[in-house]
Design a protein around this ligand. Structure first.
Ligand code: NAP
Ligand code: ZN
Length: 354
């Protein structure tokens, strides 16, 4: 076993604090990674504070992990010591059900193992990326091309794939008008990726001061969603909407913006339900309301390659691990441009001193 140093939540109401635990030594199929950076996803906050009512404590969040390989098991052929590597939201799945066979491990019929707080259906509580190392099966480790901006790659491992997957699945491309709702961690990646896919991108934000950023990130238009007149001007005009909002809200306000046969896909996962949509708004225009969960491992590699090809990284604000609790408060206020990424050098320093 190897000692790991981390920041963990010990309960829903306490701030994250230093926590030591043991990681397994790499088995034949395992890759051991020194974590250099980890992005801060809103799901980390939902989990640390038990907002989804399924958190196992102690909880070490973090599933936007990038780092360097420090050891590999005897069966590992894809990675060698010194390589860059990434880990996203999953570290295992059954590998035998129909979804796994199709590379859709996130929909594993036997339940995938989350990078933290998994497996959901009993057993060991996995501990995530707010730590100095992790050991992961090679099938769940992503290749990262050499880069001088590694920190800005980290958010691709969740925010990137969670937005790329539905945009790809619903065939977003040239000639399509696509709405992105919410300019946070997921939303800002969605704007960049939908733009790179060739769509006409309309950003919907509750924050008028994000307008210039929205345009800079790749939106063709920005609509302030609290402004009824601006919203009315977009009625029946969009082919697809990706909704990333982390709080319950009126879905009809956005469903009404879809053309006939349009789809709105939800990726935001608030702790309480949205008000039910108006069924007439759906049936009179044959509109669809859908959901989407992260993305498969092969698709995650495709997304990383797509982003590398298009020069897409996340817009980040690097923080020390000691600032994580303050970062959560800022994230709740929408005060992050546009993803916090923890520099694990701050953790190493504290661990050495402790
Ligand atoms: P985030 O950085 O906090 O961004 C959320 C954005 O939603 C905010 O920046 C804000 O944008 C908007 N917003 C927040 N509260 C709002 C409210 N009350 N009304 C309207 N808009 C509001 O969060 P994130 O990391 O992108 O995550 C977003 C959600 O996706 C979370 O619920 C997270 O758990 C979930 N998630 C799902 C998956 C999946 O697989 N489906 C994967 C990862 C994360 P504006 O200021 O522009 O309005
Ligand atoms: Zn996430």
């Amino acid at each position: 076993m190897t000692q790991a140093y981390s920041y963990a939540a010990q309960s829903a109401t306490e701030p994250l604090k230093p926590y030591r635990f043991e990681r397994r030594d790499p088995a034949a199929d395992d890759v051991q990674i020194e974590i250099l950076y980890c992005g801060v996803c809103h799901s980390d906050l939902h989990t640390a504070r038990n907002e989804w009512k399924n958190t196992l404590y102690p909880s070490v969040p973090g599933h936007e992990i990038v780092g360097r390989v420090t050891a590999v098991g005897s069966n590992v052929s894809q990675f060698k010591v010194g390589d860059l590597a990434g880990v996203g939201c999953m570290v295992d799945s059954c590998q035998s059900c129909a979804s796994c066979a199709e590379g859709e491990e996130q929909y594993c019929e036997n339940g995938f193992t989350g990078t933290y707080n998994g497996p959901v259906f009993g057993g060991e509580n996995t501990l995530g990326g707010y730590s100095d190392s992790i050991v992961v099966k090679q099938q769940f480790v992503l290749r990262i091309a050499p880069t001088d901006n590694l920190a800005a790659i980290a958010p691709l491992l969740c925010a990137g794939i969670t937005t790329y997957s539905p945009l790809h699945h619903w065939k977003v491309g040239p000639g399509m008008k696509v709405g992105i709702v919410g300019l946070g961690g997921l939303g800002h990646m969605a704007v960049k990726i939908a733009h790179a896919m060739g769509a006409h991108v309309v950003l919907f934000t509750t924050s008028p001061n994000k307008r210039d950023d929205g345009l800079r990130l790749g939106a063709d238009e920005v609509v302030v969603s609290k402004d009824a007149e601006q919203m009315a001007a977009k009625a029946n005009s969009l082919d697809f909407i990706l909704n990333t909002v982390a709080a319950p809200h009126d879905l009809d306000a956005f469903l009404n913006l879809l053309k006939r046969d349009g789809t709105m896909t939800l990726v935001g996962a608030p702790d309480s339900p949205h008000p039910s949509p108006n069924v007439f708004g759906l049936i009179f225009k044959r509109r669809s309301l859908a959901g989407s969960l992260i993305g498969g491992i092969k698709e995650t590699q495709d997304m990383l390659d797509f982003c590398a090809k298009h020069g897409i990284v996340s817009d980040i604000e690097t923080i020390a691990i000691q600032d994580i609790n303050e970062a959560y408060e800022r994230m709740l206020k929408g005060d992050v441009k546009y993803r916090f990424v923890i520099d694990m050098a701050s953790l190493k320093k504290e661990s050495n001193a402790a």
